[in-house]
Ligand binder design. Structure first.
Ligand SMILES: [Zn+2]
Length: 275
C-alpha cells in the first residue's frame, strides 16, 4: 500500500449524528501538509494521537485546552484503510458522527476524494520487541513481523459467546471496514439512564437481545462483531500516528488496552523503528 505521507486530494464534508449526544455534527476534511491527523474544534487543534487520549470508557476521546472529540476510532480506522497520514478535520460538535456504526461512509468519502502523496516517507512503525499489556483478563501481545497480522478473541454472553478471528493481511481486509458497532440491550438501557447513547438506533448499531440479533436484516458477516473489535483496534493503534507492522494477538481488548499498547511501544526507543 502506501510508502509515503499522504493526504486527501480535495476538501469534502460529512454530517451525521453523535451516538451519545444524539445531536447533528458536521465535519469538513482538509488536506494537510503537516504529518498526522488532527481535529479542529472551536479553534483548538487536537492531534489524533495516543498521548492526547483523555477517556477510553465507551469510545476513544482526545482532549486539549478544555475541548474534546469522542468516538474517533472508526474514523481513524478509515484513515488507516485509505492510506491517509495527514489530514485536518474541522468538527462543530464534541463527537464524531456514528454514521452506520462502521467506518464505511468515512472510507467511501476518502476514496472519492482521492489521495495526494508527499515525498516524505516515515509512515511505518515496525515493532522490534515482543511486548504485552494486560488489564484483568484482557491482554494484547505484539511480536515483530513485516506486515500487520491481527488475531482477536471476544467472549460475551450468549448468543455471542466466544469468537476468534485472524486477519493476516490487514491492509486489504475490507470486510473489517463495514463491520458495525454493537451493544447489548440491557447495557443500552443502563447507558441511556445516565444520558448517553441518545443517538443509538438499529440504523447505527447491532443490537443484541436475549436470544438473538434484534436488527431485522441480521449481520453483514458471520463474524461481524469480532470484525468490529478488530476495526476498533486498528483505529485506536493508528493514534500512534504510524502504520504498525507486527503480529498482534488480543484477548477481549477495549479502547483502554489498545491505548496502553501504544504507550508501551513508545515507552522505549528500543521497541520500534520508523521508516
Ligand atoms: Zn467501535
Amino acid at each position: 500500500m502506501i510508502k509515503r505521507q499522504t493526504t486527501i486530494n480535495r476538501i469534502f464534508k460529512l454530517s451525521g449524528i453523535g451516538l451519545h449526544t444524539g445531536k447533528p455534527v458536521n465535519m469538513e476534511f482538509l488536506p494537510r501538509r503537516e504529518f498526522g491527523i488532527a481535529f479542529c474544534i472551536g479553534g483548538t487543534i487536537i492531534p489524533a494521537r495516543y498521548d492526547m487520549v483523555a477517556d477510553t470508557r465507551l469510545s476513544t476521546q482526545i482532549a486539549a485546552d478544555g475541548k474534546s472529540v469522542s468516538t474517533i476510532e472508526h474514523l481513524m480506522a478509515a484513515f488507516y484503510y485509505s492510506g491517509i497520514t495527514n489530514c485536518l478535520v474541522y468538527i462543530d460538535g464534541p463527537e464524531i458522527p456514528i454514521m452506520d456504526g462502521s467506518a464505511w461512509e468515512f472510507y467511501h468519502e476518502m476514496w472519492r476524494a482521492g489521495a495526494y502523496e508527499f515525498p516524505e516517507a516515515g509512515v511505518y512503525l515496525k515493532v522490534l520487541k515482543s511486548l504485552e499489556v494486560n488489564n484483568n483478563d484482557s491482554w494484547i501481545k505484539v511480536k515483530p513481523l513485516n506486515t500487520l497480522d491481527i488475531t482477536l478473541s471476544i467472549d460475551f454472553r450468549p448468543p455471542v459467546g466466544k469468537q476468534k478471528k485472524r486477519v493476516m493481511d490487514v491492509e486489504n481486509a475490507i470486510s473489517i471496514v463495514n463491520s458495525r458497532t454493537f451493544g447489548f440491550l440491557e447495557e443500552l438501557e443502563a447507558i441511556q439512564k445516565v444520558g448517553l447513547a441518545k443517538g443509538a438506533s438499529l440504523d447505527n448499531a447491532i443490537a443484541i437481545g436475549e436470544d438473538d440479533i434484534v436488527n431485522p436484516d441480521g449481520l453483514r458477516y458471520g463474524k461481524e462483531l469480532v470484525n468490529h473489535k478488530i476495526l476498533d483496534l486498528i483505529g485506536d493503534i493508528y493514534t500512534s500516528g504510524f502504520r504498525i507492522l507486527g503480529k498482534i494477538e488480543a484477548n477481549k481488548p477495549g479502547h483502554y488496552l489498545n491505548n496502553l499498547l501504544i504507550k508501551e511501544i513508545f515507552s522505549s526507543p528500543d521497541n520500534y523503528a520508523i521508516y
